[in-house]
Design a protein around this ligand. Structure first.
Ligand code: FAD
Length: 281
């Protein structure tokens, strides 16, 4: 329960942090909610920990040109309570409100959560449904990766050595859209046994755009493309929900078998879609 000894540095600028992580066995520290337990169990044994907490401006949340820019160090509480996110990307604020407990939401950060890429984390489903992008930076420069390409598998992302997440870019939800995040939380850990994000746009009673994505069910989060297409083609929510998870390999553990997880994903997809439809005006 005691980590291996390590050096600690707290750079004051992003440039300094990028230079530090360019080489060697260094780990970035954000909220520490996942990294510190891993170090205590000695599953992570970095020579040096680089704390991003003293870098100004890495936790800002602002909107420009129809995109909400969320700094990697914004906490889950900041995402949940930000007036900009609540007004412009309500799906994300709702998702953040489901993460862990108050202590975890006060310490944990959005950048840390997505970099960690736990397959039962909450944000990935909503980021896929919102078609978000992730801005990465290294000493070599910066690049933007679509959320669909960023999340690669359980605990695996598009981050290259020496790179860190600096910002999450989320296109705003149109004011006429409806959205919903539904979650079955594991009773012990609070993580998602299954989490479903849904977004709907309508013209009259016709669904013109449907986005739905699932976390927790499989080793990586996924968009339910067949369900989306069926809804956009005039199919019912029940028919669409029955297609969610088709072709995916569901996880199995002591709490939920693959069949049960698939069942939960479909039941909660139907609920999330029905609420999103009712919220779309
Ligand atoms: P850290 O723990 O500091 O870092 C995590 C990993 O990401 C490390 O490998 C670190 O090097 C790397 N990293 C951090 N920031 C960056 C960056 N900017 N760029 C590149 N790499 C970076 N999550 C959920 O989604 N849903 C839940 O219900 C939930 N419940 C939880 C319950 C408990 C009791 C706990 C302890 C955690 C829970 N979490 C849950 C996880 C929580 O959301 C963490 O905050 C999150 O996984 C990690 O964020 P962090 O800021 O604490 O990152």
């Amino acid at each position: 329960m005691i980590p291996q000894s390590f050096e600690y540095s707290a750079p004051q600028t992003l440039e300094e942090a990028l230079t530090l992580i360019e080489s060697g066995e260094r780990k970035i520290l954000a909220g520490g909610m996942s990294l510190i337990p891993l170090m205590k169990f000695r599953l992570a044994q970095p020579d040096e920990v680089v704390d991003l907490g003293r870098i100004p401006g890495l936790n800002t949340i602002e909107e420009s040109n129809g995109v909400v820019h969320i700094g990697a160090m914004a906490t889950h509480h900041a995402v949940e309570s930000s007036p900009v996110i609540r007004a412009r990307c309500p799906l994300l604020a709702e998702t953040a409100s489901h993460i862990g407990d108050v202590q975890v939401r006060n310490m944990g950060t959005m950048g840390g959560s997505i970099a960690h890429a736990d397959p039962a984390a909450d944000y990935p489903a909503s980021l896929l449904a919102l078609e978000a992008r992730i801005r990465l930076a290294s000493a070599r420069g910066s690049r933007v990766v679509a959320a669909t390409d960023f999340f690669q598998d359980a605990f695996m992302t598009a981050l290259e050595p020496g790179e860190l997440v600096v910002e999450i870019e989320v296109p705003v939800e149109e004011s006429t859209e409806g959205s919903r995040y539904e979650k079955v939380a594991h009773p012990a850990s609070g993580f998602a046994v299954v989490g479903v994000a849904a977004r709907i746009r309508k013209s009259g009673e016709r669904i013109t755009m449907a986005r739905t994505a699932v976390t927790g069910m499989a080793s990586r989060e996924f968009r339910a493309a067949a369900a989306e297409a069926l809804l956009e083609g005039g199919g019912s929510i029940a028919e669409a929900a029955a297609l969610v998870g088709q072709g995916e390999q569901a996880n199995s553990d002591l709490y939920a078998t693959p069949d049960y997880r698939l069942h939960l994903a479909r039941v909660h997809a139907a609920r999330a879609l029905a609420t999103a439809v009712s919220r779309a005006s």
